[in-house]
Design a protein around this ligand. Structure first.
Ligand SMILES: Nc1ncnc2c1ncn2[C@@H]1O[C@H](COP(=O)(O)OP(=O)(O)OP(=O)(O)O)[C@@H](O)[C@H]1O
Length: 353
């Protein structure tokens, strides 16, 4: 069953089109992440689904029921949609359990549902704590438990981890994912953090300027972005000029098999996408005559991995990502560059960078 369907949704603020024909569909039990830069319309989309804003045109259905359409605007409190804001906004005078029970009817309160959802978010034993006695991460867990408690058709999460520090964010993300799954909830998460979207979601919806530009599983969006803009938005991208010959892309960094895109016509200039993990460097003691080599410019250390920046003889700079296993090629050394795995290519005259 489809828990949420958004069809041709439009919403403008004066002359600013915040949503321009947005289509979106989320199957029951899935987590969709809406990913896009600041101002692309993510929050507007969430607020229209929640019923806090009216659409100018289009339709929204929750579990098959029309909640927004040409002559329909079901008020927020009757949509069975829960919204978890950026900072949990707990009632400061209620305990954790009191906050969770707030949206439950008397039967719900008696059923032990509050204890159940607090356990689900890892806060068993915290029932009597007041919000000011909880950390930021714990407060967000209570906010999620409060959203889950009445078993809404849909949970909307508006950048729920943005106020937390990096380590806490990573662990809370996975716990939130697990709690949503364990409760069978359907959720839409809004974020501008590509790592968050890729690591959490069943499918990622990329938005730009009020439009959905790509919608697919995280692996698909990362491996086969529809254009260079999406490629760069969802990860580190190296875009190189090249040509296609014999079904392979030829670039200054070497050649590679084609993985798709529109770069399959022979001898046309293309823009080739490489991910830094596809760029392999091999130290060269003494380059053979005519052998193309690169020089190591710098290492950007990221803890678990490093990005090594090299400069090819034609001046092109490339990044190579590798796990930190102790060995690092010295700065200034010569390296041979090769491309690992297939690459995407777009006809150079068809892409706007
Ligand atoms: N109440 C409003 N009045 C006028 N313009 C608005 C209003 N709300 C949003 N906008 C405009 O609509 C566009 C989309 O805004 P929205 O908040 O949906 O973007 P967003 O992707 O959520 O951005 P962010 O990540 O910064 O929160 C922006 O250009 C914004 O300035």
């Amino acid at each position: 069953m489809t828990a949420l369907t958004v069809t041709a949704a439009r919403k403008s603020y004066g002359a600013v089109p915040a949503l321009a024909d947005v289509d979106l569909s989320v199957p029951a039990g899935e987590l969709a992440a809406v990913l896009g830069p600041s101002g692309c319309g993510k929050t507007t989309l969430l607020r229209c689904i929640a019923g806090l804003e009216r659409l100018d045109a289009g339709e929204i259905r929750v579990a098959g029921s029309l909640v927004a359409g040409a002559r329909t605007h079901v008020p927020a409190h009757r949509r069975r949609v829960a919204l978890v804001p950026q900072e949990g906004a707990l009632f400061p005078h209620l305990t954790a359990a009191g906050n969770v029970e707030y949206g439950l009817d008397r039967a719900g309160r008696r059923s032990g549902r509050a204890d159940e959802v607090l356990a689900l978010v890892g806060l068993d034993g915290y029932q009597r704590r007041m919000p000011h006695e909880l950390s930021g991460g714990q407060q967000q867990r209570v906010a999620l438990a409060r959203a889950l408690a009445p078993r809404p058709q849909l949970i909307l999460l508006d950048e729920p981890f943005s106020a937390l520090d990096a380590g806490l964010r990573a662990s809370l993300r996975q716990d939130v994912r697990a709690a949503l799954r364990a409760d069978g909830a359907t959720a839409v998460l809004v974020t501008h953090d590509q790592a968050e979207a890729l690591s959490l979601a069943d499918h990622v919806v990329v938005m730009r300027d009020g439009k959905v530009v790509q919608d697919g599983p995280p692996t698909g969006v990362y491996a086969a972005p529809v254009d260079p803009w999406v490629a760069r938005f969802v990860g580190d991208a190296i875009l190189l000029p090249g040509v296609v010959r014999d079904g392979r892309a030829h670039t200054a960094a070497g050649e590679a098999a084609l993985h798709g895109g529109t770069g399959d016509a022979a001898n046309r200039p293309v823009t080739v996408l490489l991910r830094p993990e596809q760029v392999r460097l091999t130290p060269v003691e003494a380059p053979a005559a005519g052998e193309a080599t690169a020089r190591v410019l710098r290492h950007n250390f990221h803890g678990h991995d490093s990005l090594t920046v090299v400069r090819l003889e034609d001046g092109t700079e490339l990044q190579s990502r590798r796990l930190n296993d102790g060995a690092m090629v010295g700065l200034g050394s010569a390296v041979r560059v090769s491309i690992h795995g297939p690459v995407l290519a777009w006809h150079a005259d068809e892409v706007s960078l």
